[in-house]
Ligand binder design. Structure first.
Ligand code: BG6
Length: 500
């Protein structure tokens, strides 16, 4: 790895803001999220010195555990080749287990007592299934834990935040009865991804891109979230959810907002969030045109990396007649002066050939090509690609003359890659978001109106799919790039999906 001395771009990587002192209470501490994401992220922050001395974790869950047995589970989750047990020990010491039921007010009274003894700021993290949210919030209110006399309290809430507009509104009402909006941190881990944050810097800290970031120069935009994995044993959850709710309503809407928003006048949290909400307000309602603008698909059996994999309907806890979508493609239009007439194509799917998330901005072709008919055919439009993951970076493709005596053209690319430029991979999204919540910066969390407005775009699709049994669910082979019908659909509009 390059040293900071050799690579001036690494300067600034060491600037750190340490979290406020706090006690983190994790509800749902024995769940998968805590193991896979929260504990590794907390441990990484701890190792890097972002966590203050007065910090501890109360792991709240229903099952029988002792501090020791729970610490062993955490140790297993965070251990890796680079970590010795000596380095893990001081972190594990900060964790205690608290057995309780989310519906039992008495358990919350005990929790309150414990917190009073510790006498610290408190960050609650709701890492439970959404069915437990109401009970937890209600009980935090019932025992008067939402506001402390000399300390701050905040609450982080995991997705899914609602399953449609009505339930999201109800959940917002429930939480806002107990906490103030500025204490509520709705997490969407996509916002914690370094490349997603870099979108704002790329657009607004440079002068050359913004003048062409509009309908005059841009033909269309493609946003893709492609995953190789299937539903990973979450059949029950996915049957209820589908990919539209699981990924489009939150992660993809956030990407759309950051690409399309106007420059905020400051980076103050609400200034940024105000601009994002304006984008969502400007998305043309899909109303009666849903079939024309939204296509859904479901994977059948196929092969991924040379291994045969089951079709969705053969997965555990999935109905053999299921119509749940594992793939979706949408065309959205944003009705404002910047974007009128520019289609935004969003596509995402499970069991596609590659894991990749990217945003591709397709610019218009030049008005006149004077290099002859053949050259015209070879010329490609410029495409600016922001790769969110993996191999995070930005690239610009442009046409260049192939060396030789004749004029022939081929697209070439200019590239920036995080790994090569900064000599390190970006931190995990949960690290950044946990740290922000402990510092009290809600910029990268979703505000109530933002979440509700995103549901307003999605709701009519869900309703239409529920009503119309004749709306096709196109099948695609696992390991392919989605339904052929969806390729035909975009081709008919004179565009092609980007080859990834
Ligand atoms: C989660 C979804 O929010 O995001 C999963 O529930 C999905 O279905 C995951 O696999 C994708 O996240 P990432 O960070 O791997 O792109």
């Amino acid at each position: 790895m390059k040293s900071e001395k050799n690579n001036p771009l690494e300067e600034g990587l060491r600037i750190r803001k340490i979290a406020d002192k706090n006690t983190l209470v994790i509800f749902g501490a024995t769940g998968d999220l805590t193991k896979r994401k929260l504990m590794p992220a907390l441990f990484s922050l701890f190792k890097q010195g972002f966590i203050p001395k007065e910090f501890d974790i109360i792991a709240f869950a229903r099952s029988e555990n002792t501090d020791d047995s729970f610490r062993k589970v955490v140790e297993k989750a965070i251990a890796s080749e680079e970590t010795s047990s000596d380095s893990i020990e001081p972190f594990l010491k900060r964790i205690s287990y608290f057995r309780g039921a989310y519906s039992e007010t008495d358990d919350f009274k005990r929790l309150k007592k414990r917190l009073e003894e510790i006498d610290n700021n408190v960050l609650f993290y709701l890492a439970t299934p959404p069915s437990a949210f109401d009970n937890i919030i209600h009980n935090l209110g019932a025992v008067d834990m939402a506001f402390l006399q000399d300390h701050w309290t905040r609450v982080i809430i995991e997705k899914p935040f609602g399953r449609d507009l009505d339930s999201a509104r109800m959940l917002n009402e429930t939480i806002q009865k107990v906490f103030n909006e500025d204490q509520i941190y709705r997490i969407d881990h996509y916002l914690g991804k370094e490349t997603v944050q870099n979108l704002l810097v790329f657009r607004f800290a440079n002068t050359i891109f913004e003048p062409i970031w509009n309908r005059r120069y841009i033909d269309h935009i493609q946003i893709t979230v492609s995953e190789k994995i299937g539903i990973e044993g979450r059949g029950g959850f996915f049957e209820e959810t589908g990919i539209l709710r699981d990924i489009v309503q939150n992660h993809m809407m956030q990407l759309l907002c950051l690409v399309a928003m106007e420059p905020p006048s400051t980076t103050e949290p609400n200034a940024v969030r105000d601009e994002k909400v304006k984008v969502l307000h400007a998305v043309r309602s899909l109303g009666p045109d849903i079939d024309e603008n939204v296509k859904r698909g479901q994977y059948g059996e196929g092969s991924i990396d040379g291994n045969n994999v089951k079709g969705y309907r053969d997965e555990e806890n999935v109905s053999p007649q299921s119509k749940t979508e594992t793939y979706v493609a949408l065309r959205l239009m944003i009705e404002n002066w910047r974007w009128a007439g520019v289609p935004f194509y969003l596509r995402c799917g499970k069991r596609l050939p590659k894991k990749v998330t990217e945003i591709a901005i397709y610019f218009k072709k030049p008005p006149l090509l004077m290099f002859g008919h053949n050259v015209e055919k070879e010329a490609m439009a410029n495409v600016l690609t922001v790769t969110i993951q993996p191999d995070e970076g930005i690239s610009l493709s442009f046409d260049s003359k192939i060396p030789g005596y004749r004029t022939r053209i081929r697209p070439v690319t200019m590239e920036f890659r995080y790994g090569t430029s900064f000599g390190q991979v970006p931190p995990d999204a949960y690290e950044r978001l946990l740290l922000d919540a402990m510092i009290g910066d809600p910029t990268l969390f979703t505000r109530a109106d933002e979440n509700e407005q995103a549901w307003k775009i999605i709701d009519p699709i869900l309703t239409k799919w529920q009503e119309g049994s004749d709306i096709p669910v196109h099948s695609y082979r696992a390991g392919s790039w989605g339904p052929k019908k969806v390729d035909d659909w975009i081709e008919k509009q004179g565009r092609l999906w980007r080859r990834l």
